[in-house]
Ligand binder design. Structure first.
Ligand SMILES: Cc1cc2nc3c(=O)[nH]c(=O)nc-3n(C[C@H](O)[C@H](O)[C@H](O)COP(=O)(O)OP(=O)(O)OC[C@H]3O[C@@H](n4cnc5c(N)ncnc54)[C@H](O)[C@@H]3O)c2cc1C
Ligand SMILES: Cc1cc2nc3c(=O)[nH]c(=O)nc-3n(C[C@H](O)[C@H](O)[C@H](O)COP(=O)(O)O)c2cc1C
Length: 923
């Protein structure tokens, strides 16, 4: 039997989903398959017989996914060390990876400038280590539809393995003919025979069989979140899809293989919780059939170890913990098109007594390790739950009886092909049948003192409810993948619907599938199920095929130099108006249409999962009423005392304390959210001023080229050029605050910070205007240049440049609309723009933060264009080339008297990104 080992490095679950698909398909084909997190790869010895497949996504700015970053660094080190030895006397066969037979599938998005960079880097390392590629790499583009590459790549993987095994290793595969629709429809038997009788299984759950566990009655009132939303997602939309061009089609190309679900929902055998009392304790709101206040389940605070078990380790810096929402404020003013909120989280551990709070959550509030490590510009993840109204609509749609929604369940099946997010909940049939009755000890408390095996299995005995799984673990909003549509087609009793789903899942139906993903449609799983009413998919199959709900990262907008326990962050409340009409009257938004003669139509709205959760738990703060005062308190930066009072002033500027917290310090209404610190050391950080030690040195270097450390002696920082639009300015608020503190404590007079900022309107959404004007007036910002894209071109407020003279120098610049236009229009001397000049001659670092697809891309291409322009002058070109490795093949054809090409300019920016001279945090 051939062995196939599949490794995935993922941030949002796509790679893992594909790895699981390969796992299931390979198992069906008779291979011995296992799938693992990439982190386990380096811990194991390479098996010369096995075939290794790597599914690797790229995140951040061409980086590996967060959890795999350390493993990537390690394989990089191994490759570099081997290269050094190899160039000496070392025999290539001595590389421990020379026996490795590998294939790489990279996932990326061409909207980002370093497409599939981490998978390409991994390939380079494998090449250095003299490993053997048995199948050509594939690079899938999320921007245009990953399926276009993923499907044929996976389809041809098997023949590549067979060819390699039989000695023919050109990696190519036979083209596959299309399948006739009836042929595909006939394949249903293979699926249904594997489908468990789920609903029946659920029906047999007896709600009164076991006795109540006292511990479950513990008052957890401080750790609930309020499920009430005034802004409700549309839950009854039907999609308007035009299948007319497929009327005469008889064959479909590229229909994904059906993948049978292997899970069954059963009543857990070793669960001592009485289902009825459990549900009764929930305080169900009978109108909506879910609790008005939902408890954060204890398993949310655990991590999955490599064996697919729950683990809780209170010493981990990146563990999930509860952060208290201390303050909230709207940053936008009446009339703004988007609502932007600023939150302040308190991450300090709270000392709790048994009486005050549930013992089972002791240790879950705050994180001291994170308090000691974070810096301005770092990010943290929020584990936001889905909108319970949507969860409820899905459970109704797949016909789960209401009394089964909130009872603890077990997932029985083979954990092998199941996603990482569900693995710890899965028990094998044998395990389930042999399970001994056990006491349901509080696992989290137990884990604090006990790291033994039994501790882990105790954690494994925490049973989720269906409602919880769909609320915290499953992505129910993003557009369903083709593979999911393929599975759904098998459950349609109406042949027309079945065929339509097959079309959508096939390569032939790609154009139509792309409309599902389009900005105006953004079809969710619920939309699809509503559109195909004959689809009777079992709930456990749905659980199995949908991707995991991922944490949403946010950039920290404060500095620990101010308060170590306080994370500020800002965000837009995401809201999309979509195509389609609602039919039910209970939806919140009624829009009168002129041509409707008085009838009402309901808007179809989709809210962002995390930002709408945050917005609703704090009661939907409204825009601020009045624009900020134009007159600012005047401080003169002449001595430290004055600056200290400036510090105090800045601290108190924003935001407001939450009303609920004022008289209720640790009480029932205190709001907590589950978060974790994303430990990415030195990623998007402003180098510290005044420290001469290693932390100022840039970690990376490319062939000896590296960015120089910050200036330490002259009281002057080298320029840091900060470029952002919208909420992208938030981490820069932390940077600026950091510099203010350094000015006070390290006697630095010129911190060298320059901010370029794009807003829409001066009055409505100039975020942090008061603070920024203040910082500029006090010299913490050397320059502040703001563009307003929605101001009238004749308005003096179309731009605001505060560039050294102080005061409010709003100017008219008809040609400036967006922040990148400011860079383009900057005064030039000797054909070199101010920004490029600072990069080349003052060793400036450029930081870009915010929207990846619009601003991030445009700023990148403006910078590349400015580099080309500057290189027309020979001495500037030489200076540019000094900052790239001398032997880099990309610059061999640079001619005298000719500027560099745009391709070369992009390459230079990528090199600068690697050495930390051009840092981006884009989302
Ligand atoms: C390192 C990092 C730092 C970040 N820092 C910040 C920050 O400081 N502030 C901030 O506001 N954001 C930040 N973000 C972005 C943030 O993590 C969230 O993505 C953002 O707030 C929206 O989250 P949401 O859950 O509300 O929206 P989601 O529910 O994730 O929706 C977001 C987008 O997904 C798309 N979408 C939704 N449903 C569908 C569908 N069915 N089909 C197709 N497309 C769909 C839409 O384009 C929508 O705009 C950061 C991201 C990263 C990676
Ligand atoms: C914030 C963010 C940053 C990204 N950065 C890059 C990038 O630099 N290069 C790239 O090719 N793809 C980038 N992508 C695209 C992802 O690689 C792509 O969506 C992939 O399918 C994610 O797979 P995963 O779910 O397995 O992590 C980025 C996506 C996001 C959301």
């Amino acid at each position: 039997m051939k062995t196939l080992k599949v490794y995935f490095a993922t941030e949002s679950g796509n790679s893992e989903g594909i790895a699981n698909e390969i796992h299931r398909e390979g198992t069906k084909k008779g291979y011995l398959v296992s799938s693992h997190d990439f982190n386990t790869f380096l811990k194991e010895k390479v098996s010369p017989e096995a075939f290794y497949v790597f599914i690797i996504s790229t995140f951040g700015d061409g980086d590996p996914p967060t959890d795999s970053a350390a493993s990537f660094r390690k394989i990089g080190r191994i490759a570099r060390n081997f290269k050094k030895l190899d160039s000496g006397s070392k025999d290539s066969s001595e590389s421990e990876y020379s026996q490795l037979k590998y294939a790489v599938l990279g996932l990326g998005d061409t909207n980002y400038s370093r497409f599939c960079n981490s998978s390409k880097t991994l390939i380079k390392h494998f090449e250095t280590l003299k490993a053997t590629s048995f199948y050509e790499a594939g690079f899938a583009d999320d921007g245009t539809g990953m399926e276009q590459v993923v499907e044929p790549w996976v389809e041809n993987l098997w023949s590549a393995i067979e060819k390699q095994s039989s000695g023919n290793s050109d990696g190519s595969a036979e083209p596959k003919p299309g399948n006739s629709i009836s042929e595909i429809q006939d394949s249903k038997q293979s699926i249904t025979s594997d489908v468990p009788e789920t609903v029946e299984q659920l029906k047999t759950l007896s709600v009164n069989e076991v006795t109540t566990d006292e511990k479950e009655k513990v008052d957890l009132s401080s750790f609930y979140w309020n499920t009430f939303r005034t802004l409700k997602n549309t839950t009854n939309r039907k999609l308007n899809l035009d299948f007319s061009s497929f009327v005469n089609i008889s064959k479909l190309q590229g229909v994904p293989k059906p993948i049978p679900s292997n899970l069954k929902l059963v009543k857990p055998k070793n669960c001592n919780i009485d289902s009825k009392s459990f549900a009764d304790n929930l305080d169900l709101n009978k109108d909506v059939d879910f609790p008005s206040k939902m408890r954060y389940p204890q398993w949310l605070f655990t991590t999955n170890n490599n064996e697919g078990k729950f683990e809780y380790d209170s010493t981990l810096v990146d563990r999930v913990f509860l952060a208290k929402v201390a303050k909230v404020q709207s940053l936008t003013y009446k009339g703004a098109s988007k609502r932007t909120l600023l939150f302040e989280l308190d991450i300090s551990p709270e000392i709790q007594t048994k009486q005050e709070n549930s013992q089972s959550h002791v240790g879950l509030i705050g994180n001291e390790q994170a308090m000691n490590e974070w810096e301005a510009g770092d990010s943290f993840g929020i584990l936001a739950p889905n909108d319970p109204n949507v969860v409820s609509a899905i459970l109704n749609r797949v016909k789960v009886e209401k009394e089964k929604w909130h009872v603890p369940i077990s997932l029985v099946g083979d954990a092998g092909g199941v996603g990482h997010h569900l693995k710890p909940f899965v028990v094998s049939l044998a395990e389930h049948e042999n399970v001994q009755e056990s006491t349901n000890e509080d696992p989290i408390v137990k884990e604090n003192t006990d790291n033994s095996e039994s501790g882990n299995s105790s954690l494994n005995s925490l049973f989720p409810t269906l409602f919880e799984l769909f609320t915290y673990k499953i992505d129910i909003t993003s557009c369903p993948k083709k593979q999911v549509l393929r599975v759904l087609s098998d459950y349609c009793s109406d042949p027309k619907e079945k065929t339509q789903l097959l079309i959508l899942s096939s390569r032939s139906g790609t154009a139509l599938y792309n409309t599902l993903r389009s900005e105006s449609m953004m079809a969710s799983i619920l939309d699809v199920l509503n559109t195909f009413p004959s689809c009777d998919v079992p709930v456990e199959t749905l659980l199995d095929i949908l991707p995991p709900l991922t944490a949403r990262p946010f950039s920290i907008a404060s500095t620990p130099l101010s308060k170590t326990n306080m994370w500020r962050f800002g965000f837009n409340v995401v809201e999309h108006k979509l195509d389609g009409i609602n039919e039910l009257p209970d939806l919140q938004k009624e829009v009168k249409h002129d041509d409707d003669q008085g009838s009402t139509q309901l808007e179809t709205v989709r809210y962002g999962v995390c930002t709408s959760f945050l917005d609703s738990i704090v009661g939907h703060p409204k825009h601020l009423e009045n624009s900020p005062d134009s007159i600012l308190p005047k401080f003169v930066l002449s001595d430290t005392l004055k600056l200290n009072s400036a510090l105090k002033y800045v601290r108190e500027l924003t935001p407001n304390e939450l009303e609920t917290n004022k008289d209720d310090k640790h009480g029932k209404n205190t709001i907590y959210i589950p978060v974790y610190y994303r430990q990415e050391m030195g990623k998007f950080r402003l180098a510290k001023l005044g420290d001469s030690e290693t932390e100022n040195h840039v970690e990376n270097s490319v062939n000896g080229i590296e960015a120089s450390p910050e200036s330490t002696v002259s009281g002057k920082g080298k320029p840091s050029i900060l470029i952002s639009a919208g909420t992208g300015v938030t981490p820069f608020m932390g940077f600026i605050e950091q510099r203010l503190f350094e000015m006070v404590t390290k006697n630095i007079t010129n911190p060298g910070l320059e901010l370029y900022f794009g807003c829409r309107s001066y009055e409505k959404d100039f975020l942090f205007r008061k603070e920024l004007e203040f910082y500029r007036n006090e010299g913490v910002l050397t320059q502040l240049k703001v563009s307003f894209s929605r101001e009238n071109p004749s308005s003096v407020k179309q731009t605001m440049f505060l560039d050294g003279t102080g005061g409010n120098n709003t100017q008219q610049h008809a040609e400036i609309k967006y922040v990148q236009d400011i860079l383009k229009q900057e005064p030039k001397s000797n054909e070199i723009s101010g920004t490029i000049k600072k990069i080349l001659y003052s060793d400036a670092t450029v930081y870009v933060c915010g929207d990846a697809l619009g601003m991030g891309k445009d700023v990148h291409s403006v910078l590349a264009g400015l580099l080309v322009q500057a290189s027309a002058i020979e001495h500037h070109k030489q200076k540019i080339l000094e900052l790239v490795p001398a032997d880099h093949p990309g610059f061999k054809d640079v001619n005298e008297n000719k500027p560099i090409s745009l391709v070369q300019a992009n390459l230079i920016l990528n090199i600068w990104a690697e050495i930390g001279k051009y840092k981006r945090d884009l989302w």
